[in-house]
Design a protein around this ligand. Structure first.
Ligand code: GAP
Length: 509
């Protein structure tokens, strides 16, 4: 997708009340965004779809809502104080700061693009007889690109795994990677930078305690593991789900709501018996991909990416990547976190966290398989995928947000064809009947065609029109957002139609 389209997505999000730059009247705050009157509805619907799928569709998963602040030792035990760093490099000419690993990844992507272009060119040239594998192993230029990509990837992984900052710089220099702003290669050394925000609580400077804004919601789940297990009489395996804010002092704050400094996560920690984590990891990979596909976005937009560099707590990890407007990027992480967190909290708190397993009378610290999805990224995935610009048969254009119906901010709009002749009264009464059961909009301003277009741009799946025939035979028309087709049904059948369209169990099978 072009940069042009991405710009249109951002401006549509603003124009229709989905997302605003935070503190816009003061020229904005970088990488912080506010959700508007329609954005909050879409966001809440995504939350609800995830929350229900986790806590209502699984008997052994419960939810919590832990505080954003926690005891500062939490972050020592979790490893975030020591290891939650990004490797940074500055360009001395532009004074711009970058993540060294991202600069190298972007460079790799450029070579990958060149290779894809070369493949496509030759595919066209040779037609049906083209065999990609043979081409890759025989064409000199393709072989050169492939070798360079593999070399770069393996060096990057080595540098990240060994936290070798000199090697990161060496790669940047040896490949002549330049600053996108100044175009020069006048770089500083690479330095580690901790991503946690800190603040102080306490009445006076001397007695104040340093606290951290949580960089992930997961630790609130670990801190409450024992409380939930005991009070809920939970038996392993079981899960704890949570949705909440997380904060990271991201250095590279570009790409709209993809990388924010204040964002929301939807995380679930699944506690399992040690030795069974591989099985559960595979199971949750499958479950989470099914959840994504259940929404109805084309499956070609998703792919798994296994991690080569594992986080300090993981023994296996992958991402579900989504085809965002700027290419495939991480949408969700699935991590087998071992007993790293619980064991460390046991150590640092000196409190027993072990589980007594009645099945075989063993005692152990559970292992954890985690699923962690960024709510804002999910929003961006849905929103960017839904925005379409269509040319219609009559030569006109329409902008339509084809948001999966189950997530649409409003489920239907009730529109009297005209205000007069009692149509508005009928429509208002219909609205009052339905408003407690469905999320709906009532609109009587402007010509009906303009009102349809407005609802298309807001992503409302159905427009229900009350016209003169309605008064005669108690029927209304339902216009489908995506096909623009209209059908006439009895007013009495409307509620059932809407229930069927928005029944979550029809989506989350
Ligand atoms: N508890 C594990 C954890 O936090 P992560 O891969 O660092 O893992 C999980 O984050 C998800 O949170 C990511 O897949 C992404 O969707 C979202 N996320 C992370 N940083 C983000 C940011 N700065 N802005 C928006 N979403 C972010």
């Amino acid at each position: 997708m072009s940069e042009e389209k991405f710009k249109k997505i951002i401006s549509h999000a603003k124009e229709y009340g989905f997302i605003f730059q935070s503190s816009e009247i003061y020229d904005g705050l970088s990488a912080v965004y506010d959700y508007g009157q329609n954005g909050v509805l879409l966001k809440n619907n995504i939350k609800e779809y995830w929350w229900k799928s986790m806590t209502q569709f699984n008997e052994n998963i419960v939810g919590i809502d832990s505080a954003i602040f926690s005891h500062p030792t939490t972050w020592k035990a979790s490893g975030h104080l020591d290891a939650f760093n990004d490797p940074l490099i500055d360009n001395k000419d532009s004074k711009k700061r970058y993540r060294a690993d991202n600069l190298i990844e972007d460079f790799i992507q450029k070579i990958e693009k060149k290779l894809s272009k070369l493949i496509e060119k030759n595919r066209k040239r040779f037609g049906e007889s083209f065999d990609e594998e043979t081409f890759l192993s025989t064409n000199d230029r393709a072989k050169k690109y492939k070798a360079e990509i593999n070399d770069l990837k393996s060096n990057l992984n080595k540098a990240l795994n060994e936290e070798n900052l000199d090697l990161l710089k060496e790669i940047i220099i040896s490949k002549n990677i330049s600053c996108p702003v100044s175009g020069t290669t006048y770089w500083t050394d690479v330095k580690q930078f901790n991503l946690m925000f800190n603040t102080k609580v306490g009445a006076s400077a001397e007695s104040a305690t340093e606290l951290f804004l949580r960089p992930e919601t997961a630790q609130g789940i670990f801190l409450n593991y024992l409380n939930v297990q005991k009070t809920g009489r939970m038996k392993i395996p079981f899960g704890i789900a949570q949705i909440g804010k997380a904060f990271r002092n991201e250095i590279i704050a570009r790409q709209f709501i993809f990388r924010m400094r204040e964002f929301e996560q939807m995380e679930m920690q699944f506690f399992v018996k040690p030795g069974t984590q591989k099985k559960w990891y595979e199971q949750w990979k499958k479950n989470r991909m099914e959840w994504h596909l259940s929404i109805g976005i084309n499956k070609n937009n998703y792919r798994f990416h296994d991690h080569d560099k594992l986080a300090h707590y993981a023994d296996a990890a992958c991402d579900i990547e989504f085809n965002f407007p700027f290419g495939f990027k991480e949408l969700e992480g699935i991590h087998s976190r071992t007993d790293f967190d619980l064991a460390n909290h046991e150590k640092f708190s000196s409190k027993q966290i072990k589980y007594f397993d009645p099945e075989d009378e063993s005692k152990y610290i559970p292992y954890v398989v985690e699923t962690s999805i960024g709510l804002d990224r999910m929003f961006l995935a849905v929103f960017s995928n839904s925005l379409c610009f269509e040319s219609l048969e009559d030569g006109s254009q329409r902008t339509v947000l084809k948001i999966p119906k189950i997530l649409a901010p409003n489920q239907c709009a009730i529109l009297p064809l005209v205000k007069k002749d009692g149509l508005a009264d009928f429509a208002k009464e219909l609205k009052n009947q339905l408003k407690v059961k469905f999320k709906l909009i009532y609109d009587e301003k402007d010509a009906i065609g303009r009102r349809y277009r407005r609802q298309d741009a807001l992503g409302t799946p159905f427009c229900i029109t009350v016209d003169h025939q309605t008064l005669d035979d108690k029927t209304i028309t339902i216009r489908d957002r995506d096909s623009m087709k209209q059908k006439r049904i009895k007013v009495d059948e409307l509620e059932n139609f809407l229930f069927k369209s928005f029944e979550i169990s029809n989506w989350l099978k």
